[in-house]
Design a protein around this ligand. Structure first.
Ligand SMILES: Cc1cc2nc3c(=O)[nH]c(=O)nc-3n(C[C@H](O)[C@H](O)[C@H](O)COP(=O)(O)O)c2cc1C
Length: 401
């Protein structure tokens, strides 16, 4: 009970409010009476008019494939610019073309673009970009990445190309390169991180580049690794868990996430590295208080919960970002299991902690003791209740390294 007195847990209810911005073309978004929505409605009215002869240019000049309807119709431009678009954990790859509009967007990368899911696209208002009048056309091809000049919108159109010629104001800036179903399977709103896939890399225009959906780990492998432990990944929450019911559950892009997980993901995006989640074989209880009690017992017993995830290629990494929550003024015991399992000698360990008042406690010294041959650096201590507000600081810390 001593620890209970030491730690008075301040549970701050945090729900990341999801903006209702975006293009309003689907029925289930009927309540989104935003300026953008009305702009889109105007577009729809406009769109109901038949395009003039000669303006149906979605298929004009586009290098197309039609034999595999599961893949984007447009073949990516040879020498185009490969981009990665992160919808939460889901990577959607794409290739931008060399239009004036695409080039202006490329100049701005990396950016975070808010988009919402509609019946045939993901769409959100974006910054004004330059475009050539002669490139504005009606319609799209499935998989097209378009700039819609009316609001303006950034939009990824993944279906309904056959009925799309009624919609105007489209400027094609590229195409996704993964199966259409991967983006169609996503729901809700996202703050999509869009970045160059590889600095200066040119996209291969051959069809094989359309067919590959390279995983995040293959694309972003470098010599850093963001290792994290969060309550969320280690708890079998029911699907309808209420994110507002706990400070340690964040709702992002329709998914629930742990605070340490979110921090690790921002680090991985900024460092361009993979993430590795410390997962225990036995899940923690769904009930918060039961988890708190179990964690206390584990600590008293010096337990080393068995892990079910393993790093196979530790030699490839020389920097480990280690992110975990403060549990009872210490690391959660599964983080001890992790540190027992690996010899991190000669590596840099940048430690990030999320907490509700206790900050790092003694964890930096403990890690130094457990990994005496590693260079252990204090990263940031981030309050779980305000993790979202700390995103920029966290990214900046990684950039400055
Ligand atoms: C078992 C348990 C013990 C905790 N102990 C502490 C503590 O001693 N000090 C503190 O500041 N926060 C404590 N917290 C709060 C967490 O550190 C905080 O909510 C954190 O942001 C959760 O991160 P996660 O979502 O990645 O699991 C505890 C939470 C749990 C579940």
């Amino acid at each position: 009970m001593k620890k209970r007195i030491l730690f008075i847990l301040t549970v701050t209810m945090t729900v990341l409010g999801m903006s209702l911005a975006g293009c309003s073309s689907s029925d289930n978004k009927a309540n989104q009476e935003t300026t953008e929505a009305s702009a889109k409605d105007e577009e729809k009215t406009e769109a109901a008019k038949q395009p003039e002869e000669g303006t149906r240019v979605a298929k004009d000049g586009a290098d197309m494939q039609t034999e595999d309807p599961s893949m984007p119709t447009r073949i990516p431009m040879e020498g185009g610019t490969k981009i990665n678009m992160y919808f939460g954990d889901t990577l959607i790859t794409g290739v931008l073309n060399d239009s004036e509009t695409a080039k202006a967007l490329i100049e701005k990368l990396p950016i975070t673009q808010h988009v919402s899911r509609y019946s045939h696209d993901f769409c959100g208002m974006t910054e004004t970009l330059p475009y050539k009048e002669e490139e504005v056309h009606y319609g799209w091809l499935n998989g097209d990445i378009d700039y819609a000049t009316d609001a303006p919108y950034f939009t990824i159109l993944f279906e309904d190309e056959d009925v799309s010629e009624q919609y105007g104001n489209q400027v094609n800036i590229g195409v996704i390169t993964c199966p259409l179903e991967e983006i169609a399977a996503l729901e809700g709103d996202y703050d999509v991180r869009i970045e160059l896939a590889e600095e200066g890399a040119a996209a291969s225009a051959d069809k094989s580049s359309q067919e590959e959906n390279i995983s995040v780990s293959e694309k972003t492998k470098n010599n850093s690794l963001a290792v994290y432990f969060s309550r969320v990944g280690n708890t079998d929450f029911p699907e309808d868990v209420d994110a507002s019911s706990s400070a340690s559950i964040q709702a992002e892009g329709g998914q629930i996430k742990g605070n340490a997980q979110m921090i690790a993901e921002w680090i991985s995006e900024e460092a361009g590295c993979e993430t590795f989640e410390i997962l225990t074989k036995e899940s923690y209880p769904v009930d918060y208080d039961e988890t708190v009690d179990q964690a206390s017992n584990e600590q008293n017993e010096g337990a080393r919960p068995e892990l079910k995830t393993e790093i196979e290629n530790l030699d490839e990494y020389d920097t480990i970002y280690l992110v975990f929550p403060n549990w009872w003024g210490d690391m959660p015991m599964p983080v001890y299991s992790f540190l027992d399992a690996y010899d991190l000698s000669g590596k840099k360990i940048n430690v990030f902690i999320t907490h509700e008042g206790s900050s790092f406690s003694g964890t930096i010294d403990t890690i130094k003791e457990l990994e005496p041959e590693a260079e252990v650096t204090e990263g940031l201590a981030v309050r779980g209740g305000s993790v979202a507000e700390e995103e920029d600081n966290i990214r900046q810390w990684v950039k400055d390294k």
